[in-house]
Write a protein that binds this ligand. Structure first.
Ligand SMILES: Cc1cc2nc3c(=O)[nH]c(=O)nc-3n(C[C@H](O)[C@H](O)[C@H](O)COP(=O)(O)O)c2cc1C
Length: 295
């Protein structure tokens, strides 16, 4: 019979698992401090390990998410920080089957959304702030890009907080920016007033299985000390392309009709192909039509 695991063994296992996940994520070792002075207590270790090993997951069990749990996660997500305490993020829970069906119909490349027990739409809301000016009788002197940006940022932060909270509760999630392909239809369907717009959808459910870790760019490209490293990215991108091709190759090449098939096919080739076609070029006109000035 094997020896029973001690708390120390479990901590060492969690530390080793996080180190392995981060090594896979970044293709380089990221030291995990030991327990003790300056180190991580078990709760902190568990939290960081969960985030380090996370992945978006588009495969869900046919099992509902209890309404109380969803309500709790919404509250936790909306506890995220907010620029100037302005609180410009809203979440629409799309529970009406007819509305769900309409949105799903506008997502032909995201068929997985149909299987998500919960569909949320995270919205930036600058309308409340404007209403407050009418209520308080003060002029609104910020009809320019910054409020649009702040509301969008708050919404992204709330989206992230929801994802982290949901994953901590054992749920799986995947954001859906594709809902902005039909931003106007989604806005009308959900009754969004002027100065409120959808930032991203989110599918939520119990995971069918663990989705693989998606590698990220090396920290040398994304973390800078004091001075930004500038635009000299070629060597770092080449290394990332070949690392990623080795551990998580793209299952298929994008737009082969236009660009042909190439080998190796790395992340940079995929992303350059993606943005060689316009994506949502009408989004600026859409947000202007919702009342924003973007100058
Ligand atoms: C704002 C945002 C929008 C996204 N939109 C979509 C989407 O429309 N469809 C989809 O399948 N995944 C979407 N994703 C998921 C990304 O593809 C995913 O986060 C990325 O490939 C990295 O994988 P990972 O989250 O598993 O690390 C989105 C993610 C974010 C943050």
């Amino acid at each position: 019979m094997g020896k029973a695991m001690t708390m120390g063994d479990r901590e060492n296992d969690a530390r080793a698992a996080m180190a392995a996940d981060l090594a896979l994520r970044f293709g380089e070792a990221v030291p995990v401090p030991p327990a003790g002075a300056g180190g991580l207590d078990p709760a902190a270790l568990a939290t960081l390990a969960r985030i380090a090993g996370r992945s978006s997951n588009r495969r869900y069990l046919d099992r509902p998410v209890p309404p109380d749990l969803l309500r709790l996660l919404l509250a936790v997500a909306l506890s995220a920080p907010s620029k100037s305490d302005l609180q410009q993020a809203d979440i629409v829970v799309v529970s009406d089957p007819a509305k769900r069906a309409a949105i799903e119909g506008w997502l032909p490349e995201n068929l997985w959304v149909k299987s998500a027990p919960v569909l949320l739409v995270f919205c930036a809301n600058n309308a409340r702030q404007r209403a407050i000016h009418d209520l308080r009788g003060h002029p609104y002197a910020n009809d320019h890009l910054d409020p649009f940006f702040n509301a969008t940022l708050d919404t992204g932060i709330v989206l992230s907080a929801f994802i982290i909270a949901a994953e901590a509760a054992g749920l799986a999630t995947c954001p859906i920016s594709a809902i902005r392909d039909e931003a106007e239809k989604v806005s009308d369907l959900l009754g969004l007033p002027p100065h409120v717009f959808p930032v991203a959808g989110l599918g939520v459910g119990w995971p069918d299985s663990k989705a693989p870790i998606s590698p990220r760019l090396p920290l040398s490209l994304t973390v800078h000390e004091n001075t930004h490293a500038g635009a000299d990215v070629a060597a770092g991108i080449a290394a990332y392309d070949s690392y990623r091709e080795g551990v998580r190759p793209f299952p298929k090449q994008r737009d082969v009709a236009r660009f042909g098939e190439v080998h190796p096919y790395g992340w940079s080739e995929d992303k350059a192909r993606q943005y060689a076609s316009p994506q949502r070029p009408g989004f600026g006109a859409f947000v202007r039509a919702r009342g924003f000035r973007l100058e």
